[in-house]
Design a protein around this ligand. Structure first.
Ligand code: AMP
Length: 442
């Protein structure tokens, strides 16, 4: 099993109480208000950050004051810099071969790399180095980097633990620990690793925990390992997805691919991520799409890390137009040019819908998301709608019947086998958000 795609061991409870949204009060805060150093102000200017995002305006002053914070924050909100800025501001100058002063734990390799890059970007003008440690890459080069000394280590819990047991990562000088996407880390079974790591960090440290949701297991973790933490809800209530136009098609399994092709022809996306639920499904869609479109890649947990890195960087640079992916890239990965999200398969968990769809419309850009819903997946669609508090609009492509069973081929794959036989033509599409559920034909 990969770090990214292990089955959930501790499910996030979406119904868990959420702390009160406090983003609005931070709308007018400027970076000057945060009393940052000149070197930090210069690196923010270089990064092109003009104003703090609400999470930065809320979290930075508290983190600079040294308190522990449980921040309810989603991806795409600037949460990495919200932790990275205070870490950098509070570091003591880096000495040669020195042990790291800050440790960031992240659930996936991609997120670890992204956090490392963001911290490197914000370190402009400082003698600070940040090392990412994660599985799937030879450990040797990571050991060499750690031995040369660094101020910040970002890693996935498994690999951090590995370095600890080899004696190649010294946590005795850690003064701040960040648990990034803590709910996701618990979801994929990292809780014992996280606890072992936290127990080895000095007691006199600051701990910042960021999580999209704060269900009871996260609360328990924070009670046990944090020092009188302050809770802040730094996510807008209607998750980043309220600026994203969201549609769905009711479609049989065997018509999904044709629908994808027709949708792409109609939309001509600048860049799209096509999410599938399984690695095999991802490969299959990738292969079929590659025959139809020139610029297609795929990413999932079975691919070698070097391949995944290359695909992500090509996608980030715009060299790849269509990325077929499992939820590996659904969380945290920051690719700002994505105009379209296509949920070829509905996600297993509502939270994954939010994370997938949050890959578009980032930092105020416009985006659109389409979900392919099997006739028997009506209740999953309803749960997603309840989660985001928005009704998805039904879409259709004139002249294309997404429910018509093909007479030429019998369903063979699991994807096709999932298709229910359809006896009736679909009802006419309702318009607008306030449609009634029985009109969906689900
Ligand atoms: P994150 O939520 O940390 O994944 O950040 C999402 C994206 O927002 C990243 O590309 C950051 O580089 C970018 N970003 C973070 N803070 C700001 C800011 N204050 N202004 C503009 N972009 C930002």
């Amino acid at each position: 099993m990969t770090e990214n795609e292990s089955p959930p061991s501790e499910q996030v409870d979406d119904s868990a109480p959420q702390t009160e949204d406090s983003t609005e009060q931070f709308a007018d805060v400027s970076f000057q208000d945060l009393e940052l150093s000149d070197v930090m102000m210069a690196s923010l200017e270089k990064a092109g950050y003009e104003q703090p995002t609400p999470i930065q305006a809320g979290l930075i002053p508290r983190a600079m004051a040294g308190v522990d914070v449980v921040g309810q924050a989603r991806t795409g909100t600037g949460k990495t810099a919200a932790c990275g800025i205070p870490i950098l501001e509070r570091l003591t100058p880096q000495k040669k071969n020195a042990a790291p002063q800050a440790l960031v734990l992240a659930p996936t390799r991609e997120l670890a790399v992204q956090v490392r890059d963001e911290i490197a970007k914000l370190s402009h003008g400082r003698k600070v180095s940040c090392v990412a440690v994660y599985g799937g890459k030879p450990i040797r080069s990571q050991i060499e980097k750690l031995q040369r000394g660094c101020s910040v280590v970002v890693g996935t819990p498994g690999r951090v633990l590995d370095h600890m047991s080899r004696g190649t990562l010294d946590l005795s000088s850690i003064s701040v620990v960040v648990l990034d996407e803590a709910d996701r880390m618990l979801d994929i079974g990292f809780r014992p690793d996280i606890e072992k790591i936290l127990r080895r960090c000095p007691k006199e440290r600051q701990t910042l925990l960021l999580s999209a949701t704060v269900p009871p297991p996260i609360e328990r973790l924070s009670k046990r390992y944090m020092n009188d933490p302050e809770s802040m809800n730094l996510s807008p209530k209607v998750v980043a997805v309220d600026t994203i136009d969201q549609f769905y098609f009711t479609v049989t399994g065997e018509r999904k691919f044709d629908l994808l092709v027709r949708l792409i022809e109609r939309e001509n996306p600048r860049q799209a991520i096509i999410f599938c639920r399984t690695k095999r499904g991802t490969e299959k869609v990738f292969r079929r799409l590659k025959a139809k479109a020139p610029s297609v890649s795929c990413i999932h947990g079975d691919l070698q890390q070097t391949v995944r890195d290359r695909v992500m960087s090509q996608f980030r640079d715009g060299a790849v137009q269509y990325l077929v992916a499992t939820d590996v890239v659904g969380r945290g990965i920051d690719v700002s040019g994505v105009s379209h999200i296509i949920n070829y398969d509905m996600p297993q968990f509502c939270d994954d819908y939010v994370h997938r769809v949050g890959r578009t419309g980032r930092m105020g850009r416009e985006g659109v998301a389409y979900s392919f819903v099997l006739p028997e997946e009506g209740s999953q669609l309803t749960s997603v709608e309840q989660r985001i508090n928005i009704l998805l609009r039904r879409d259709e492509i004139p002249g294309f019947d997404p429910l018509r069973a093909s007479r030429l081929s019998k369903p063979k794959s699991s994807e096709a086998a999932a298709a229910a036989p359809v006896e009736e033509p679909p009802p006419p599409p309702p318009s607008g958000r306030r449609m009634k559920r029985h009109r969906r034909g689900l």
